[in-house]
Design a binder for this molecule. Structure first.
Ligand code: TEU
Ligand code: CA
Length: 549
């Protein structure tokens, strides 16, 4: 297997709106990020993935872009961006941009032109039809919007302010490649590509059956007919000319497909985000209040670890700006278990093969937010979901509310808790979304001062990855796949081996040490125990890693 810097890197995702506000308007910004680069350096990460910072009317918090070569006013200026990039590079940190090119904002000048008439030079930059089909959009309602001036429907897989670009038009592709080149020439270090698995649609757009998380359009828009052709073209025209980290966000991807997107010899992307482990198959689409049984979660991870081994590269994540907080979702956010379970989850993920992604605040063990009423939500998806499920009368408020609390994207979007001063030190003004009231107990300042904090545990996991190529390149093997409480696996590289054992339950668990690991060296653990014993009793959420060879 080829060794590459991006296989050895650890990435930290910043959601700029909620990271750090420098000017008291309640909105995180670029100067705020620059002021916290030393914090990220101390954590030990290598790469920052910046959620979109481009000009946007913010229908979907920047995932609706109206100018790809301008900075959102609320976030600062292009000078602020250049300064941030320079300061990051000075510290050896790389910056990966979010590339949102499945759609633009309806306020992008291409769309403003496109909707004017069929004679307009931009008329075929988007997907226009005389008639609509039954496809629903990800954020509720039809995926088609009638346009009064053009007298046709345009396709929007997300909000109606996010019209889908027509990738079958070579002019559109060239515009995108030129824009990417412009950013690369500026010196950025890579791209995270938003819903890149959806850019190619089948030419016929028949009514769909409506099952699965992506509803009616899934089979016609996910991993579509030309997606690999277009990514190979993008690679040839842009990506191959620079030394970048590229990661495709590919909802609906199968392991077979992932080997094409991120295959060692495919010349498309470095890696993809697959979502199987965080997709919920609840009664109400993605909305659920249930934890997935551990054997299922393990089977998913083990499948991806095994199938991609030596063929394509994995990304590793448990959360992002679209997912609830890890510790609330997979661990236990009760104060008694919050820290220990956050560390256990980090151990479980960071000892696997792939490039780990840490979502801002995860390294502090931040938790879901105790929303009290639908008016607390800012996220377009959450707001629409409440309308679609509750206000329409399909489900009662009491049934649906726990699902919203457990799953809403806004859980991840509350501001970073920097210290115990008002608003957690995020802003001196009024934050655009409430700060979690637990900021007095959970904040960066206190964790930096405490050697046993979640922050320092992440720091240690990252340092171990730098120290042991085994953690990056070793082969994964699952043990005890049926066990309902323990997640156990080994990694092997030449004569070296690693054993990771994680107790996902709030109960003590017995564990018999595999004989070859008896007497192994403990690299990290979240509680103290004697790991030389052959018969162990693990405490709730205990995790440890042994090394031999
Ligand atoms: O998300 C892609 C996506 O498929 C979402 O529907 C995701 O599954 C959903 O948010 C989960 O609840 C990307 C971005 O990450 C997201 O923030 C954007 O809203 C979306 O694309 C549109 O750009
Ligand atoms: Ca600000």
């Amino acid at each position: 297997m080829e060794r590459n810097w991006w296989k050895e890197a650890v990435v930290y995702q910043i959601y700029p709106r909620s990271f750090m506000d420098s000017n008291g308007d309640g909105i995180g910004d670029l100067k705020g990020i620059t002021s916290k680069l030393d914090y990220l350096k101390e954590l030990g990460i290598d790469v920052i993935w910046l959620s979109p910072v481009y000009q946007s009317p913010n229908d979907d918090n920047g995932y609706d872009i109206s100018d790809y070569q301008a900075i959102m006013e609320e976030f600062g200026t292009m000078e602020d961006f250049d300064e941030m990039l320079e300061q990051a590079h000075k510290r050896g940190l790389k910056i990966v941009m979010d590339l949102v090119v499945n759609h633009t904002s309806d306020e992008h000048r291409w769309f403003v032109e496109s909707r004017k008439s069929e004679e307009n030079p931009y008329h075929d930059y988007y997907i226009w039809r005389e008639e609509k089909n039954n496809w629903g959009s990800c954020f509720g309602g039809s995926a088609w919007q009638y346009d009064e001036s053009r007298k046709m429907y345009y396709l929007h897989l997300f909000s109606k302010k996010q019209p889908d670009l027509n990738w079958d038009n070579p002019k559109v592709r060239q515009e995108v490649y030129d824009m990417m080149t412009w950013w690369c020439e500026k010196g950025i270090d890579g791209f995270r590509m938003d819903v890149i698995s959806m850019i190619s649609k089948t030419e016929e757009m028949p009514d769909g059956a409506g099952d699965g998380e992506y509803g009616e359009f899934g089979p016609y828009c996910m991993n579509g007919p030309n997606v690999h052709k277009y990514l190979k073209e993008m690679n040839e025209k842009v990506l191959s000319k620079y030394d970048l980290l590229t990661v495709g966000e590919t909802p609906g991807v199968t392991a077979e497909q992932a080997k094409l997107y991120a295959g060692e010899d495919e010349h498309e992307l470095n890696m993809v985000f697959q979502f199987e482990h965080v997709e919920s198959q609840g009664k109400y689409g993605k909305w659920t209040d249930k934890k997935r049984p551990l054997p299922e979660l393990k089977a998913i991870f083990s499948k991806w670890q095994t199938e991609l081994y030596g063929k394509a590269w994995n990304s590793l994540f448990l959360d992002n700006h679209d997912q609830p907080r890890v510790v609330s979702r997979f661990g236990n956010d009760d104060p008694k278990y919050r820290e220990v379970s956050a560390k256990m989850l980090a151990t479980c993920l960071h000892m696997m093969q792939g490039t780990p992604y840490i979502y801002q605040g995860e390294e502090l063990g931040m938790t879901n937010y105790p929303f009290e009423s639908p008016a607390d939500f800012r996220d377009i998806e959450s707001i629409h979901a409440y309308q679609e499920w509750c206000e329409s009368g399909k489900v009662s408020h009491d049934t649906f509310w726990p699902c919203m609390l457990f799953t809403s994207r806004d859980n991840a979007r509350t501001p970073i808790q920097w210290d115990d001063t008002e608003n957690g030190g995020f802003t001196t003004g009024t934050p655009w979304i409430s700060v979690n009231p637990n900021y007095k107990e959970i904040n960066a300042k206190q964790e930096l001062a405490d050697p046993d904090s979640v922050f320092h545990y992440y720091q240690k996991l990252i340092a171990l990855r730098k120290q042991y190529p085994l953690i990056v390149y070793g082969k994964y093997e699952a043990l005890l796949p049926e066990d309902e409480n323990l997640f156990v696996y080994t990694r092997t590289l030449d004569r070296e081996k690693l054993l990771t054992v994680c107790n996902f339950s709030d109960q003590e668990q017995r564990f018999r040490m595999p004989s070859e690991f008896v007497g192994g060296e403990c690299l990290i653990s979240n509680l103290s125990n004697d790991y030389r014993q052959e018969e162990l009793v693990l405490k709730p959420y205990e995790a440890f890693v042994l090394h031999i060879g």
